[in-house]
Ligand binder design. Structure first.
Ligand code: ZN
Ligand code: ZN
Length: 230
């Protein structure tokens, strides 16, 4: 039996590469996970993901009405895919795809005043690039501690929502129409609260922002605020 460091040396002789490089090549997935899971990379990944989920509006289409207000990530599962590695001197660049599965809680906003929460399982694919340097000396060969953790750079780009599985609404209380107080409110009313379908149709609705106003109180076809954009 070889020890791992003997094996590395052997591989290096055969392939003409240095032992740490050979070790990194053999353990590339583990090495990437190591670097991603520490030193702030994990927080970075979480922040980029949250920013994408909240601000890209891509989730809105999957909600039955409403739009994404806030997202909490409860659990994260990272899988790496299509890894390729480039070495120059002691610098390593790894590129590949991250397949992220996240358990989230999504706040679904119906209006400024009314929202419900849904648990959702999401899958998000993205490209990543990881740059770090490695140590190559007797010590690091002995301990297989090749990665220089002080000096790395991790970036993800092109986030893409590939799977969305949203659980049923958590118990939600119906908010009644502020005009008739008879039916559930669905549309934003200009002074706050929601109005129902029937009350909406007997009032005016701004085609830009969708807010309902009393008859004849809008500025032409749009509300005062939206009028400025026309
Ligand atoms: Zn009503
Ligand atoms: Zn408007």
């Amino acid at each position: 039996m070889f020890t791992l460091s003997e094996f590395n040396t052997y591989i290096s002789l055969v392939t003409g590469t240095n032992p740490s490089r050979a070790w990194i090549e053999m353990n590339i997935e583990e090495v990437c996970m190591d670097v991603i899971e520490e030193d702030g990379s994990y927080e970075y990944l979480e922040n980029v993901t949250l920013d994408f989920l909240i601000n890209s509006r891509e989730l809105d289409g999957y909600l039955s009405g409403g739009s994404v207000g806030d997202v909490d990530i409860n659990e994260f599962d990272i899988k790496l895919d299509s890894l390729s590695m480039d070495v120059e001197g002691d610098k390593v660049t790894v590129e590949g795809r991250i397949k992220l599965r996240v358990d989230t809680s999504i706040q679904k906003m119906y209006s400024k005043y009314y929202s419900v929460n849904n648990d959702a399982n999401l899958e998000i694919d993205m490209n990543f690039e990881l740059n770090f340097s490695f140590n190559y000396d007797e010590d690091s060969i002995e301990t297989q501690d090749f990665i220089n953790h002080d000096d790395f750079d991790f970036e993800v780009t092109n986030l893409e929502l590939t799977s969305v599985n949203i659980e049923d609404d958590e118990e939600c209380e119906v908010e009644f129409c502020v005009l008739c107080d008879q039916r559930p409110g669905e549309y934003n009313y200009h002074t706050g609260g929601l109005v129902c379908e029937s009350c909406m149709s007997s009032n005016d609705t701004c085609p830009d922002c969708g807010v309902v106003f009393e008859r004849e109180t809008m500025h032409g076809a749009y509300c005062r605020e939206c009028e400025a954009n026309h």
